[in-house]
Design a protein around this ligand. Sequence first.
Ligand SMILES: NC(=O)c1ccc[n+]([C@@H]2O[C@H](COP(=O)([O-])OP(=O)(O)OC[C@H]3O[C@@H](n4cnc5c(N)ncnc54)[C@H](OP(=O)(O)O)[C@@H]3O)[C@@H](O)[C@H]2O)c1
Length: 138
Amino acid sequence: MIVVTGATGKVGRPLVTALLAAAAEVRGLTRDPAAAGLPAGAEVARFDPGRPETIAAALAGAAKVFLNVAATGGCITELMAAAARAGVRSAVLLSSLTGPESLTQAEQARAIGAAIGRALRVEELPAAAFRQAAAAFR
Ligand SMILES: NC(=O)c1ccc[n+]([C@@H]2O[C@H](COP(=O)([O-])OP(=O)(O)OC[C@H]3O[C@@H](n4cnc5c(N)ncnc54)[C@H](OP(=O)(O)O)[C@@H]3O)[C@@H](O)[C@H]2O)c1
């Protein structure tokens, strides 16, 4: 089972579709399963970054996770640790160029970079991080 955070987003939705096309078992996470509209064949589960108690069930039975920082509400290290506890064997992290709006753009980039760095230090869980310099999502 591959768990995809931000499954309703510009990155997550096509990722769910691509994984299903590759015959993977997929669980898409969303704050609102009823409105998710994910493709047939995808499991849908509730994960709300503001409600940490939703993490464990969202990750149960997962072998791999895709963690989009934009969809993890600043709790990416906690998610990595929870994934390790749940027996997840590998993770892919998508970084972001933007963070809390109270910070300058440079501070946002530094804060996100630091958060990704902390998440990668969760030793029990091998992970790769994508830190794009520029990309266009529609
Ligand atoms: N443009 C660039 O050059 C560039 C480069 C590198 C990286 N990036 C990053 O790539 C990421 C792209 O993600 P995306 O385009 O898939 O994002 P998105 O379309 O905004 O989707 C994010 C999903 O996360 C979920 N979510 C959970 N908590 C949220 C919250 N507090 N606020 C907003 N959404 C929340 C939402 O799903 P539910 O509502 O269903 O829960 C939403 O569908 C962004 O972080 C962007 O900064 C961009």
